[in-house]
Design a protein around this ligand. Structure first.
Ligand code: AVI
Length: 328
């Protein structure tokens, strides 16, 4: 994933996003993946409707601790976070999925001026935004359907609004490469100038806990991983045999990251646009990295991006962290 340029519109007009979330990029990246070795593709392609549904299920799994742990921290610290945000804050959420976590902020904040959720899935976002408007009458909700890792236009701040508070929960930052994470934070620092970023980051921990979280007993994470191939079959007309690939996730301790792969279980061939691509037995497609952070490491990264680290909150087991980062 490449975090692209985030740009701000000066006219305050309703969002008219010109960066299309998928303008053939999936087809291009799939073709590039098949043509190069070792094979790898961005994890952003997990999230079609089925992938988003499977991810929602992952978040509820007993082994997948990040979601409930982060929610617990946000619940517990909502009052303090609201104080830091101040009155009439504008919340900009990067990658707003189900809009569940932001409700904790909206409930705690002092008359939030506006909520700008940004998500690659426009339909999903429109549905979720409609539900939010129903539950928060009077809240200005302006969804932005965009790939926030690419080019992005944001409306200018509302007159009379308070701080702009970015919200990037779920440790999605960990799905970027270290360079991409730095670039994203640099751009977020610019977009949030004078405001702050509320960032969720999963922590380095016992590898057994991490291993279980990405190898759940019900096989939901495996289905999520394999859905990438199913999506390619549906959308691009490839002929991946899903039974010929196995989910493989492990913790790479020297790199502090979970790696997810799909391993070819036999010699086979896959066709895209009339061209056949061979797979050796045991060859892998690297589908995702999920970096885990130390608190000091994350704060140092934020400083390099231009932020001034503020308070950081964790759960009693130090599984997960939530950071308040002041934008310059
Ligand atoms: C979205 N992201 C932070 C999740 C993670 O944990 O890296 C995606 C995920 N992949 C497998 N399980 C969950």
């Amino acid at each position: 994933m490449r975090a692209g340029q985030l740009m701000e519109r000066q006219d305050g007009a309703p969002q008219a996003q010109d960066a299309q979330p998928d303008d053939g990029a999936f087809a291009q990246d799939m073709a590039a993946m098949l043509a190069h070795r070792p094979r790898g593709i961005s994890p952003k392609y997990f999230y079609d409707a089925e992938g988003s549904r499977l991810f929602d299920r992952i978040c509820e799994l007993p082994e997948y601790y990040p979601t409930r742990t982060e929610l617990g921290i946000l619940q517990q610290q909502a009052g303090e976070i609201a104080k830091l945000a101040g009155p009439r804050a504008e919340i900009v959420e990067f990658g707003a999925g189900s809009l569940l976590k932001v409700r904790l902020l909206l409930d705690a904040f002092d008359r939030p001026a506006r909520y700008l959720p940004i998500d690659i899935s426009g339909d999903h976002l429109a549905d979720a935004a409609a539900l939010l408007r129903r539950d928060y009458a009077g809240l200005d909700v302006q969804p932005v359907a965009a790939d926030y890792t690419r080019r992005l236009l944001l409306p200018a701040p509302l007159p009379g609004a308070g701080q702009r508070v970015g919200f990037f929960p779920g440790s999605t930052l960990g799905n970027f490469t270290p360079d991409e994470a730095l670039h994203f934070l640099q751009v977020a620092a610019q977009v949030l100038g004078g405001g702050a970023l509320l960032l969720g980051a999963d922590l380095v921990k016992n590898p057994a806990v991490l291993h279980a979280a990405y190898n759940d007993a019900q096989g939901v994470t495996a289905a999520f991983n394999l859905n990438l191939l199913a999506r390619a079959n549906r959308e691009l007309g490839t002929d991946f045999d899903l039974a010929g690939f196995a989910h493989y996730a492990f913790y790479n301790a020297p790199q502090s990251r979970i790696e997810m792969h799909l391993v070819s279980m036999r010699r086979q061939s896959v066709t895209l646009a009339g061209r056949a691509f061979d797979w050796a037995e045991g060859e892998t497609l690297h589908t995702e990295n999920s970096y885990k952070f130390t608190i000091d490491g994350l704060r140092a990264l934020a400083v390099r991006a231009g932020f001034r680290p503020g308070p950081v909150w964790t759960d009693p087991e130090r599984l997960f962290s939530v950071h308040w980062l002041h934008a310059p």
